[in-house]
Design a protein around this ligand. Structure first.
Ligand code: ADP
Ligand code: ASP
Ligand code: MG
Length: 400
C-alpha cells in the first residue's frame, strides 16, 4: 500500500515525540508499505513565530510571514528524517517546494494549484521514506507560501490525492473525531465513521481536529481519510462518502467556534443597495462575512448585523469607518458560534426547535441564528459557549 501519514504539532512536540513518530513510521515501512510523511511544526512553534513578528509590527508583511512560519515545519521534517536514518532507514526530507507543491500567490492563505508528484515518486522508487514539511508550497514566481492555520492537514490530503495513495492517516492528540471537542465535554464519544459533508461542517464551524479545506479536498479527490491518535493504537475515525454509511444519525456532533465577532449597525437607511455597498467593501478586503441578519425596516430605518472571524475584526472596523456611515456601529468580539450538525436533519423536523429549547432552559440568549440542510448555528455570549455545547450534547443524546 501507499500510505500518507500526517503528524500534528503535539505529535511532534518534543524530541521524544519525534522519536516515537519515527518508530511508528518505521513500522508502516517494515510492513511493506510505501510511506510519505507530512509533519506540522512542533506544538506552539507557529504561534511563537507569529509572536516574534508582532514584536516588530502590528501588521507584518505577509510575504515575510510565510518565510518565517514555513521554518517551523522544516525543522520537524529534517529532524524526523535524521531520526529515521539513524535507525537505518532510507529517508529524505523535503520542503513544500522540493515536494512540488505549487500554490497561488495569496500569502498566508495560499491555495494549492497543482502538485508535481514526480518528485516524491522518484524518492519512493528509490525505496526512501519521504518526509514533507507541511503547511507550505511555492508560488509560480518562486516565493514561499503557507496554506493557512492547520494547513498541514491540507498538504497531506493534497499529496495523498496526487499520488492516488491508498490511505491518508491524520495522526493527532485525540483518538479521532468526537461528537464534540472532548476537552469541552469529557462525555463526548468517538465516532467510528462520519461523512465528508458532516465533517466539513464540523470543521468549518470550529472543530479543529481537521482543517476544513482538507476535508473539502478529500471529498473532491475521493481520498480515504482516517484520523487517529499518535499516542496509542486505538482505531480512529473514517471520513468517507455518505453512501458508505449505513446508519445515519440525526445529529453527529456539536461544534464551537470561538474565533467569531459580531458587527451591528443600528439605524441603517432601509433602501436598495445598502447591503450591497457594505458587503462589497468587506469582500474587497477579503473579510469573510458569515451570518447576516437584517430586520424588517420601520420608519425607513433598519438594523443590520453580521459576524466575521475575530482575527479579521480590526480589518472590518477600518472598512466600516471608511463608509462614513451615520449609523451607530457596535463591535462585539465576545461572542461564539455553537452549531449542531447532522445529515439526518434533512429528513427530520424539530431538530432546530430542540436546540432553541435547550438553550432557553439554560437561560442562554440566542443573538443570531442560521440554518442549512445539515446544521443549525447560533451566536451566543462567549461566557455561555461551553455550557451551550454540553447542554446540546446531552439534549441530542450524544453521550449515550
Ligand atoms: P494537530 O496539532 O494534531 O493538528 P489540532 O490541535 O489541530 O491537532 O486538533 C486536535 C484538537 O481538536 C483536539 O485536541 C481537540 O481538542 C480538538 N477538537 C475540537 N473538536 C473536536 C472533535 N469534534 N473531535 C475531536 N477533537 C476535536
Ligand atoms: N503549524 C501550522 C499551524 O500551527 C500548520 C499546522 O500545524 O497544520 O497552523
Ligand atoms: Mg491541526
Amino acid at each position: 500500500m501507499l500510505i500518507v501519514q500526517k503528524y500534528g504539532g503535539t505529535s511532534v512536540g518534543s524530541l521524544e515525540r519525534i522519536e516515537e513518530v519515527a518508530k511508528r513510521v518505521a513500522k508502516a515501512k517494515d510492513a511493506g508499505n510505501d510511506v510519505v510523511v507530512v509533519v506540522s511544526a512542533m506544538s506552539g512553534e507557529t504561534n511563537k513565530l507569529i509572536g516574534y513578528a508582532k514584536h516588530f509590527s502590528k501588521n507584518p508583511p505577509k510575504r515575510e510571514m510565510d518565510l518565517l512560519l514555513s521554518s517551523g515545519e522544516r525543522v520537524t521534517s529534517s529532524l524526523l528524517s535524521i531520526a529515521l536514518q539513524a535507525k537505518g532507514y532510507n529517508s529524505v526530507a523535503l520542503t513544500g517546494r522540493q515536494a512540488g507543491i505549487y500554490t497561488d500567490d495569496l500569502h498566508t492563505t495560499a491555495r494549492i494549484d497543482s502538485i508535481d508528484s514526480n518528485k516524491i515518486k522518484e524518492h519512493l522508487d528509490n525505496d526512501e521514506i519521504v518526509v514533507v514539511a507541511g503547511f507550505q508550497g511555492v508560488t509560480s514566481s518562486g516565493e514561499v507560501s503557507t496554506l493557512g492555520r492547520g494547513g498541514s492537514d491540507l498538504s497531506a490530503v493534497a499529496i495523498a490525492g496526487a499520488l492516488r495513495a491508498d490511505l491518508c492517516e491524520i495522526y493527532t492528540d485525540v483518538d479521532g473525531v468526537y461528537t464534540t471537542d472532548p476537552r469541552i465535554e469529557p462525555k463526548a464519544k468517538k465516532l467510528d465513521i462520519i461523512s465528508y459533508d458532516e465533517m466539513l461542517e464540523l470543521a468549518s464551524l470550529g472543530a479543529k481536529v481537521l482543517q476544513n479545506r482538507s476535508v473539502e479536498l478529500a471529498k473532491k479527490l475521493d481520498v480515504t481519510l482516517v484520523t487517529r491518535s499518535s499516542f496509542n493504537d486505538n482505531e480512529g475515525t473514517l471520513i468517507t462518502k455518505e453512501e458508505n454509511i449505513m446508519e445515519k444519525p440525526l445529529v453527529s456532533g456539536i461544534a464551537l467556534d470561538k474565533n467569531q465577532a459580531r458587527v451591528t449597525l443600528r439605524g441603517v437607511k432601509d433602501e436598495p443597495g445598502i447591503a450591497a455597498k457594505i458587503f462589497n467593501r468587506l469582500a474587497k478586503e477579503n473579510i469573510n462575512v458569515d451570518m447576516i441578519i437584517q430586520n424588517v425596516g420601520l420608519d425607513g430605518v433598519t438594523n443590520l448585523g453580521f459576524t466575521v472571524p475575530e482575527n479579521e475584526l480590526s480589518d472590518a472596523k477600518s472598512v466600516m469607518s471608511k463608509l462614513n456611515a451615520s449609523e451607530l456601529i457596535e463591535f462585539d468580539p465576545n461572542i461564539v458560534k455553537v452549531s449542531v450538525v447532522g445529515v439526518g436533519m434533512q429528513s427530520h423536523s424539530g431538530v432546530a426547535s430542540k436546540a432553541f429549547d435547550t438553550l432557553a432552559k439554560e437561560n442562554i440568549n440566542i443573538q443570531m441564528i442560521s440554518t442549512s440542510e445539515i446544521k443549525v448555528s447560533m451566536v451566543v455570549d462567549e461566557k455561555y459557549g461551553e455550557l451551550a455545547v454540553r447542554a446540546l450534547h446531552s439534549a441530542y443524546n450524544l453521550d449515550k
